[in-house]
Design a protein around this ligand. Structure first.
Ligand code: UDP
Length: 485
């Protein structure tokens, strides 16, 4: 038996930055509310967060890290793959799914040794619901995305409105939504487009089932951002949904905000000093998350679009395993590009301190791939967005920004772009230029900015004492306490 005075919750994040960062922050928030939090991490990811966790412990928070090894070798992947940063093909991606299945046993073992009251596990581990049931504890599903995207995805899976469409580029309206949202088949996940059964359709089925058999869902979002979708999604799955975000707001200072997920590159550090010399709302921040790579031809279009817009910018560029020192890193850059910019543009090669950059007064816009964390971090900072969805649920998140919240403009991204493809330009320089100018200058820009600012204020209120996310968490903890007695 165990003492019942303090709730003990296990957190199992998926290992990519976009899932790990918010779940680590979530565990820290729970710990701040009197929970004993145990984080299950892989060694490489643990290194990236251990300093933050130690600082929390100094403040009296009870956070424990338990390590499990990532079975890279077992599935034929390189050792350092565990944070997903260099997955560049569908084959590698398939192996990663296999590796995640193999984590069930070590996690089960950890839970047997300990007596937690609850398991919060990423949606990508559908087996976690069974594991929790075996231990007689509730499993909460953590989704790395919005209630809007979850609901839309569910509708697509259930009603398959894309089935009777003539061509991949034909626009169709999504059924049964509170807003009119349109899509084309090219903007849907491959597994839906194919229409055949494959490992992904099977995984999606398992995930849906594990959500329905779970205790409920916790998401990194705040209710005021998407009230209608929150309710609809909850009804659809027949489970409660607790909005406890934006979790990035739990970071207290620069040290907390700067580095979880990867080591900040040298240029990443320098960019903050550069920003200090800029006027308020004058700089566009351009970053496409932690997983995507662009081909050289597409990078060139971005470079030219940004330059032609005449706006100042910070642009984070990721290249496959290449650092600046490696030969060929800059081959896509137009001759003399940086010199020509003459202080108007700043390129970060590698990892950027994103939350710190977005919070800087000089930032006036954010070009994003609509990964949920990036989007929410932008909203939280009160910054309007240029949407350039690439894959996964990013196309649904785009609709939330442009059609529902109306805090940004789309760059005109029409189809999935998951892997670098040298034979194709997905978005042309003139469209990039147009979107940048539209977001940064003029009356419409001001309107977008003021709506974004208002949302940023709402986000901050949500996590304060008495705010919606704060209250959701109180209610959840109450329920879990009743359950554990
Ligand atoms: N991020 C960062 N620096 C970078 C790139 C990404 O700090 O150079 C962080 C970003 O702040 C966010 C996460 O990594 O918290 C990316 O998650 P998101 O859901 O936006 O996209 P994903 O990487 O999963 O596609």
């Amino acid at each position: 038996s165990k003492p019942h005075n303090k709730l003990h919750i296990y957190f199992l994040p998926m290992m990519s930055p976009g899932h790990m960062i918010p779940m680590v922050d979530m565990a820290r928030i729970f710990a701040g509310r009197g929970v004993k939090a145990t984080l299950i991490l892989t060694p490489l990811n643990a290194i990236l967060v251990s300093k933050t966790i130690e600082r929390d412990r100094d403040l009296g928070l009870e956070i424990i890290i338990r390590l499990i090894n990532f079975p890279s070798a077992e599935v034929g992947l390189p050792e350092d793959i565990e944070n997903h940063s260099s997955i560049t093909s569908p084959e590698m991606s398939k192996k990663m799914y296999k590796a995640k299945e193999l984590l069930q046993q070590p996690v089960e073992k950890l839970l047997e040794e300990d007596f937690p009251d609850c398991l919060v596990a990423d949606m990508m581990f559908p087996w976690a619901s069974d594991v929790a049931t075996k231990r007689g504890i509730p499993r909460l599903v953590f989704h790395g995305t919005s209630a809007c995207a979850l609901h839309v995805n569910h509708i697509l899976n259930q009603q398959k409105p894309y089935k009777n469409i003539e061509s991949d580029s034909e626009v169709f309206v999504l059924p049964d939504l509170p807003n009119k949202i349109t899509m084309t088949r090219r903007q849907l996940p491959d597994y839906m487009r194919d229409g055949t059964e494959n490992h992904l359709t099977k995984l999606m089925e398992k995930i849906t089932e594990s959500v329905v058999t779970s205790y409920g869902v916790v998401i990194n979002s705040f209710r005021e951002l998407e009230p209608a979708y929150s309710e609809l999604y909850s009804k659809l799955i027949g489970r409660k949904v607790w909005h406890v975000g934006p979790v990035s707001l739990c970071n207290r200072d620069n040290e907390d905000k700067s580095c979880k997920g990867s080591k900040i590159s040298l240029s990443g550090h320098e960019c903050l000093t550069w920003l200090d010399s800029k006027k308020p709302n004058s700089v566009l921040y351009v970053c496409f998350g932690s997983l995507s790579y662009f081909s050289n031809v597409q990078l060139l279009e971005i470079a030219m679009g940004l330059e032609n817009s005449g706006q100042e910018f910070i642009w984070v560029v990721r290249k496959e395993k290449k650092t600046k020192e490696e030969e060929g890193w800059d081959e896509w850059l137009p001759e003399g590009f940086e010199k020509r910019l003459d202080g108007k543009g700043f390129i970060i090669r590698g990892w950027a301190p994103q939350v710190l950059i977005l919070d800087h007064a000089a930032i006036g816009g954010f070009m994003t791939h609509c990964g949920w964390n990036s989007m929410l971090e932008g909203v939280t900072a009160g910054v309007p967005l240029i949407t350039w969805p690439l894959f996964a649920e990013q196309f649904y998140n785009e609709k939330l920004v442009t059609d529902i919240l109306r805090i940004g403009v789309g760059v005109g991204s029409q189809e999935w772009c998951r892997w670098p493809d040298e034979s194709k330009i997905f978005v042309k320089r003139k469209d990039i230029e147009k979107a940048v100018v539209q977001l940064m200058v003029g009356e419409e820009a001001e309107e977008n900015r003021s709506r974004a600012r208002a949302l940023g204020e709402m986000a901050k209120k949500a996590v304060q004492k008495g705010g919606s996310s704060y209250n959701y968490l109180s209610a959840l903890l109450e329920e879990l306490k009743l359950n554990s007695n």
